[in-house]
Design a protein around this ligand. Structure first.
Ligand SMILES: [Zn+2]
Length: 228
């Protein structure tokens, strides 16, 4: 652990829920959407219904309610989206946050005291849809958390600087038509330097850029401690 991840880790020794607090941590199930998962061979995982069917199967066999994972996972989930290939030889396919797959409408909670940095509906197919970015101060350090694939209603009443207490309701998860074209899930990502982005920040990187992005976007689980 470097000093920055130690700082994030020191915030809480217990797991922090960022979804419907009535869902117990024992009901969270790891999900592998990487190119190495042989169960995905032959599945059109870019289709939200096919993806949802697979997630439902994983949840059923472990009796879980939220499937989660994906930090630094290389995926085939973006191969149908033009905005993920800057050039034909450079594919952005390495995921920089953790995804929490559960029902549309599930509430999203604020993990620690925050103010709204920015928000935007990134509505291009394959993007985040409604997105909120929060700013946090921890022991004199500033960092940001990004929440993607929310409902449109989640954008109502927001303004830059609006304050949220730890554990308060921030938003709800969106449906595939709004989120845009994924099975319902929350994309949660930690960002150290926003690099001037407003209401948006890359959630998927190309391998060639990964050294930078994995430093700027540390593993969210260091803060949340949901995966043991
Ligand atoms: Zn994601």
């Amino acid at each position: 652990m470097d000093s920055y991840t130690e700082l994030l880790s020191s915030f809480s020794k217990d797991p922090i829920s960022i979804l419907d607090g009535s869902i117990l941590f024992k009901d969270y199930t790891p999900l592998d959407l990487s190119i190495n998962n042989i169960e995905l061979a032959g599945l059109e995982i870019t289709n939200p219904e096919t993806c949802q069917d697979y997630i439902t199967k994983v949840l059923k066999r472990s009796n879980g309610r939220i499937a989660h994972g994906g930090y630094l996972e290389m995926r085939n989930l973006y191969t149908d989206k033009a905005s993920f290939s800057d050039t034909p030889s450079v594919q952005r396919n390495i995921h920089l946050g953790i995804d929490y797959w559960c029902d549309a409408g599930t509430t999203v909670l604020v993990p620690l005291a925050s103010t709204v940095h920015s928000f935007k509906n990134n509505s291009t197919k394959g993007d985040y849809g409604p997105t909120i970015i929060l700013e946090h101060q921890l022991y004199g350090h500033t960092f940001y958390t990004l929440y993607g694939h929310l409902s449109l209603e989640s954008m109502e009443g927001l303004y830059a600087g609006k304050q949220f207490k730890a554990g308060s309701v921030l938003a709800k998860l969106g449906t595939p038509d709004i989120n845009v074209n994924y099975a319902p899930h929350l994309h949660f990502q930690i960002i150290r330097d926003m690099n001037g982005y407003v209401g948006d920040y890359p959630g998927v990187a190309a391998a060639i850029d990964l050294d930078y992005y994995k430093k700027n976007c540390p593993d969210p689980n260091v803060l949340l401690k949901i995966e043991s």
